[in-house]
Write a protein that binds this ligand. Structure first.
Ligand code: PLP
Length: 413
């Protein structure tokens, strides 16, 4: 036995402002090594790079700051950021400070914009990690000014100012911009390097509302210039706007397009592929099979009754994994390359599918909930949009709903 083994354990770390951040940043999440169940999400890194290239082409020179909030739309933000940074993404946007820190800890060096606005006790951490805050409220500016004046961090702190041009969610209202701008101009500890707004209807059929917002944004830019605030980087476009080649300015903020979902139709190009590729594939395996008689009921509440003698397969994925309960008696899963309808109520950890029309299904066959599958019976794909339509939501929610207990595997096919 070595001497070291008699040493007392190190004392618990003293509580500091970063302790709570550490806790938020490291929630338990299934890793590939934990995968006992065959249920997992495969993230295709080549598809991420492909989608970035398509977005870059549509950005036509504007910088691409990929939006990686909510753990990179459920894909695992660190791995996605590393892949995109190497592939030429110019920066990243996140919603939360914790998300920004997670990316820095993953070794990301590109600029990271923290869009949500909650900096609280961790403002010094934000500056130390070279994260760029978005500001829209006097209290944020005052807090940053105090921080610099106290000597806790060097000033001035570079910020992006957010203007509300019609989304009515976050941002300085146009009616308050003059006064707010003056406050910023008077606060030497804070330096406005960026100006941003967010579009509410970039995917609408009519561009009218988007154009309206952009003309307000131009007006805001002029107003600020009059009091000496001239940000070097202006940005407004989400995925829908970039893909429409609108509102691109100095930088664009695509999120869902990077993950293979096009909120608007993409104009075809003669010489190159313009299709986005879905970056996440969620798969599991058939866990059990049974034959039920005509008239037998299935699952909780007996909400599906076999109309004929049927073969029912159980898959180990349920609503706690992100297979929405709204898919009960709706939607499909791919087995052997063909669709099998989801039957009965989706339960917490499992769901049932009707494989009566799919000859030869056996236990351990792959079952694909999201993405493509090729098998002996054919070849098909289930898109996030298709699931969203069944559930009554949008593709963004489908991707971000795949829960923490589904381990992410990264592939370079
Ligand atoms: C989420 C978000 C985006 C990205 O939106 P997508 O539609 O996913 O491209 C851009 N900007 C802000 C402020 C956002 O919150």
């Amino acid at each position: 036995m070595t001497l070291e083994s008699f040493d007392p354990p190190p004392p618990p770390p003293a509580p500091s402002s970063s302790t709570s951040i550490d806790r938020v940043m490291r929630p338990r999440r299934a890793a590939p090594g934990d995968a006992v169940r065959p249920t997992r999400a495969e993230v295709n890194l080549a598809a991420l790079r492909h989608n970035l290239r398509i977005v870059q082409r549509h950005a036509e020179g504007a910088k691409v700051w990929a939006v990686l909030k909510a753990d990179g739309y459920g894909h695992g933000a660190p791995a996605v950021a590393r892949t995109l940074e190497r592939a030429g993404a110019n920066g990243f946007c996140v919603a939360l400070l914790e998300e920004g820190i997670e990316l820095r800890e993953a070794g990301i060096r590109a600029p990271i914009l923290v869009m949500g606005g909650y900096y609280g006790a961790a403002s010094a951490e934000l500056v130390a990690r070279q994260l760029t805050p978005v500001v829209y409220d006097r209290s944020q500016i005052e807090a940053f000014a105090r921080l610099v004046k106290s000597g806790a961090v060097p000033g001035p702190i570079d910020v992006h100012l957010k203007v509300d041009t019609g989304m009515a969610r976050l941002g300085v209202r146009m009616s308050e911009l003059a006064a707010f701008g003056q406050k910023l101009a008077d606060t030497k500890e804070v330096n406005v390097v960026g100006l941003m707004t967010h579009l509410a209807e970039a995917d609408a059929l009519s561009p009218e509302e988007m154009n309206h917002q952009m003309s307000r944004f131009d007006e805001a830019t002029k107003q600020l210039a009059q009091i000496g605030i001239v940000p070097t980087i202006r940005h407004a476009a989400n995925s829908a706007a970039v893909l429409r080649k609108q509102a691109r300015l100095d930088a664009v903020r695509p999120g869902v397009a990077i993950f293979g979902v096009a909120p608007v139709a993409i104009e075809k190009s003669e010489n190159e592929s313009t299709d986005l590729h879905l970056t996440m594939r969620v798969r599991t395996e058939v866990a059990a099979l049974r034959t039920v008689e005509s008239g037998e009921k299935i699952g909780y509440g007996g909400i599906w009754t076999a109309p004929r003698k049927s073969i029912i397969a159980t898959i180990p994925m349920g609503y706690a994994d992100g297979l929405s309960r709204a898919l009960s008696n709706k939607g499909h899963v791919l087995v052997r390359g063909k669709r099998a309808p989801i039957v009965g109520a989706v339960s917490m950890d499992m769901a049932m599918i009707d494989v009566t029309d799919l000859p030869g299904v056996s236990v351990r066959d792959e079952a694909v909930v999201l993405g493509a599958q090729e098998g002996v019976l054919g070849k098909d794909a289930i898109s996030a949009e298709e699931i969203a339509a069944h559930v009554g939501t949008i593709a963004w929610e489908v991707l971000t709903s795949i829960s923490r207990r589904v381990p992410r595997f990264y592939r370079e096919p």
